[in-house]
Design a protein around this ligand. Structure first.
Ligand code: SF4
Length: 232
């Protein structure tokens, strides 16, 4: 499985000049995944799967848990290679080189493949098959993140459940983000809105987000990518 996946499929790239470890095996298995085409929970994925995630050798202590690739990232195969990524890197205080250093930053969306568009042209939600198939296995492999950035409700709900604190998820995304300090203190998860430009209105209506959340976020990100343990 691993060697075949290395040889021919798009997705997480795995150099062949080093020993395979369990994280490499995981990445190879994901790269070969066709679950949403061959055994979908509902309508099949309307295109060939192209999982887009970055986990490196499983050493990153900063984890970005997003939703799913959009159409542009589906084409490029590079996560957050779009205006949302530009905004996200600004929020995190990371340049491109650090953001894409997979020894320090893991990028793990709730759906690894672009899920397609709804009739209005908006991205569909992440495929539910993906978290069910892959996420528990992956997060059992990875070290506990120093900081987990949860972008949007799907990621926040799944990770707060996994961390044993589903009670911290508010009925709305606004409520969960507004409760960021308690969530961060209890779980090392920072809940954020998706950095999509569609959320520009939300950011304007909530100036406390830039004034209060982003300085703390950048401090915690700097600690996580430094590899040091603990809290500032
Ligand atoms: S979205 Fe996830 S489960 Fe579905 S085909 Fe892609 S990798 Fe497999």
């Amino acid at each position: 499985m691993a060697a075949a996946a290395r040889a021919g499929r798009a997705g997480p790239s795995i150099p062949d000049d080093r020993p395979v470890n369990v994280v490499d095996e995981f990445a190879a298995d994901v790269a070969a995944c066709r679950r949403c085409v061959e055994a979908p929970a509902g309508k099949p994925l309307p295109h060939e799967p192209r999982p887009v995630l970055r986990i490196g050798r499983g050493t990153a202590r900063l984890v970005i848990a997003g939703q799913a690739p959009g159409v542009r990232v589906h084409a490029s195969g590079k996560p957050f290679d779009d205006p949302s990524g530009v905004r996200l890197r600004g929020w995190l205080g990371l340049d491109d080189a650090m953001f894409y250093d997979d020894s320090r930053v893991a990028i793990v969306p709730m759906g690894f493949c672009f899920p397609g568009l709804d009739p209005k042209g908006s991205d569909l939600p992440p495929r539910p098959e993906c978290a069910a198939a892959w996420h528990t296995r992956l997060f059992d492999l990875l070290p506990r993140p120093t900081l987990l950035v949860g972008l949007g409700r799907h990621a926040q709900a799944w990770h707060l459940r996994r961390l044993g604190r589903p009670d911290l998820l508010a009925p709305t995304l606004d409520g969960t983000v507004a409760n960021w300090r308690a969530i961060l203190d209890a779980t090392d998860l920072m809940p954020l809105p998706h950095p999509s430009w569609r959320n520009s209105g939300w950011l304007k209506r909530n100036p406390w987000f830039e004034a209060e959340v982003l300085p703390v976020l950048r401090e915690r990100v700097a600690l996580a990518v430094s590899g040091r343990e603990g809290r500032p």
